[in-house]
Design a protein around this ligand. Sequence first.
Ligand SMILES: [Zn+2]
Length: 937
Amino acid sequence: MSSEFFNSIASKWQLEWERNKIFEANVDYSKPKYLITVPFPYTNSPMHVGHGRTYITADIYARYLRMKGYNVLFPFAFQFTGTPILAIAESIKRGDSDMIEFFKNVYGIEESKVKELGDPYNLAEYFKNEMMDTAKRIGMSIDWRRSFTTMDPRFEKFVQWQLKKLREMGYLVSEEGVIGYCPNDNFPVGMHDTRGDIEPEITTMHLILFEGDENSYNFMVATSRPELIFGVVALMINPAANYVIVEYKGKNFVISEKAYRKLSFQKEMKLVKPISPSDVINFKAINPVTRRKIDIIFSKYVDPSLGTGVVMNYPAHDPFHYLALIEANKNLDVISVVKTEGLGEIPAEEVIVQTKDPAELKDFVDSIYKAEYYRGVMNETIVSLVPDFLRQFVKENIANKRVQDARKNVVELLKSLDAYDAIYEIINGPIYCRCGAEIVVKKVENQFFITYDNPRWKSLTLKALSNIDFIPNEIKKEIEKVIFDLKKEAVGRSRGLGVKIPWDESQIVESLSDSTLYTVLYTIIHKLNFIPNDEILDFIFLGKGNVNDLEKKYGVDLRSLRDEFLYWYPVDQRHSGRDLVQNHIPFYIYNHIAILGNDFLPKRIVINGFVRVSGRKMSKSLRNIYPLFKAIREFGVDPVRVSLTSSVDISQDLDFNENIVKTYAEQLKRVFDLIDSLISLKSSTEEVRIADRWLSSKFKDLISIVNKSVESLDFRNAINIMLYEMYNILKDYFDMVEIPNAKVIGKIVSAWIRALAPFTPHIAEELWHKISNTFVCLEKYPSADEFDYYPDAVFEMHYINNIIEEVKELEDIVKKKAEKIIIYINENNKLRELVKKAIFSIEKGISMREFIVESAEDIKVSEKIYAIVSKLDPSIRNYLANNDIKEEDILVRNMSYLLKKIGVQEIVIYNAEDPTVPDIKSKKSQAIPLSPSIVLL
Ligand SMILES: [Zn+2]
């Protein structure tokens, strides 16, 4: 199937839509409004299939609602802000050959042009144009008059106004805190500044300070298990790592060089000198609680970048520690500190007996930790390990206590011994900045934060969730959890394009903070032909101030701007990809609550799953970004639209691959050709036959299901019906009749094209113009009311199709094509009454057992009749209850269809009640009303 067929049709209608301003939405109080938005993209790549899924899903819904009579606004803008743009531009400027090749080969950009993209603004501008072009080419029904970028001075004024509001409310503060930080860029990093878009998660770790003996230095050790200090028999360092002596709080400590680099951003540490690991192991340290001298040993399992690069060895409770003692050839005491039901006295030893494989040991470390933390109790024997002056405290506060409770008392003990401190650590590290440097934790004095941890704001936001409809519904729980865990978000960055922080122009508002309320701008920006100030924005968005005074003062029409905002806002539906659940979506809700309040919250948030390409996650580093322009070129616009939105359920991850999109392209072309042939029928009839009535009834059902499916964003079901079920039903219809009924076909053509229009707007427009000179995208979405329903016809075709299916099943069983068919029918009056009784019983909710008892007929026959009737559609049951049907007539009437569908020369109908007909293969007696018995010959 050539993409050219779809693409030439597409560009023709895209031009027409644009020329006729079809998607420009204006205030119209006579219609219900619907504002549908998607996150604006970072303009650092071409629009790709991942964008495509979210954007086209929104577009389909926008087009659907337009046809449902809504005044739909679907706007679009572009984000130039921050490191996502900057990092790419810089790598081009640096001459990163991988990136340049990627731009040339995958994005198809000429080398001379690529060089210009080393400037972030050029890069952003280039891809803005590419994205706008692609959005048009994929058929998005956008009102482009309302488009803007985050470099627009009107946007800047708006975001500055927003930040000042947050600050006035106390939601934006300057304070000391810890942040993820790039030591190369010297600035805070959030999720969108990191490679792979990972949000640094910062936690505190306990730091235990060990004195050295008389000839030694001191040691500092980070740990998550301070309570095990009683069982620490050695300290471990990595023989292959670099170690240094640092001065901290007036004392000299041994730590790894990597740890020093990292910790110097959060602690006042001074580098004294490097020291070799083989020197370090000659030292001894003193366990601060037991006061015992302990050895320093080598262990290759010590990660020098984690904690301080020095690790406590508590061999009873960590199999790696136990293994380290064996490998270091040290025969030291193994002291059990915690006893836990279900674990032995020395849990690590039991593990080591089973395995010494590091990969397996890791799992054991985790499970021992969990078991001991949740169920463990501190051993009483630890009392005897500490010097006299500590015994009373340990006995009363630590021994025999649950680990959970003992831990904080151990920390108290260590503090009183001057042996305790804490460090911050990134727990999901290592994380790399887009510039390539590893992220560290930095303590900062005056950083601007948005306080997403403010308890009042947080609870308002959590409450607000109940006013928002989430699709899929399960995502709400996840967002709730994210909000619950949200911490402060640092606002400022020093580098990249974007809005300046109004009270500190050296800083740029980072990209997750300037995108949290901006959708209000869509409502007014096409009329905002000046740069607004705070007073004007207060009026437009908050209704503050006297409009007459303001209009006189500034000489602008503010009333119509306020009206636009009040007409369009809130957002009725926001579509987003899965990745933004972690930050953008919660921030979006928080900011709406804070500044506009509950009345302007988005009404519905729709989250779609990820897009994979041929089974793999899409990323720049994997070099498998699939640009939409390429997909369109290869497969055609409408097939790409269908594949990206309707091949799986909305919450599932979607795999974009050649086979799927080609299959859709082929079927779309078949549907196109079929509808096209229906439009130009050579002969037709006015006669209304069973087949015509059946066809009309079927379309009534299907159009009703399509409406419900699109409404609930079950696009997969809607597309299956429109591309396959409707198609197959028409094929069957043409097997039944030689000459079609003009009226029914006319209705079907019209409804089918309109039903397809939101999904495949281009081929729908092309077909529609063969029957009308209006635009299908402005027509009414088809409704089931357009079709009549005929239960007699539905029953008849149901009866006939059951026979056809049964023959096929029988042929499959005997693995042989039949040459001739015998059908025994049973039209016994008593049994036909039993059918009516069964219908009556089912309507009354009488069970099969009760029915069998009441019917006083042969149990098998009653059971079978009840089962058959219960499977029928209620409308058919109703029809059968009130009409006497003749099965023989039905079969005779549809004989040519049966012969064609079954593919036999002869079908013989026998009345099972007739004693003169032969009983072939003992099937005669098996026939009952509605369920003939069939013999293949
Ligand atoms: Zn960096």
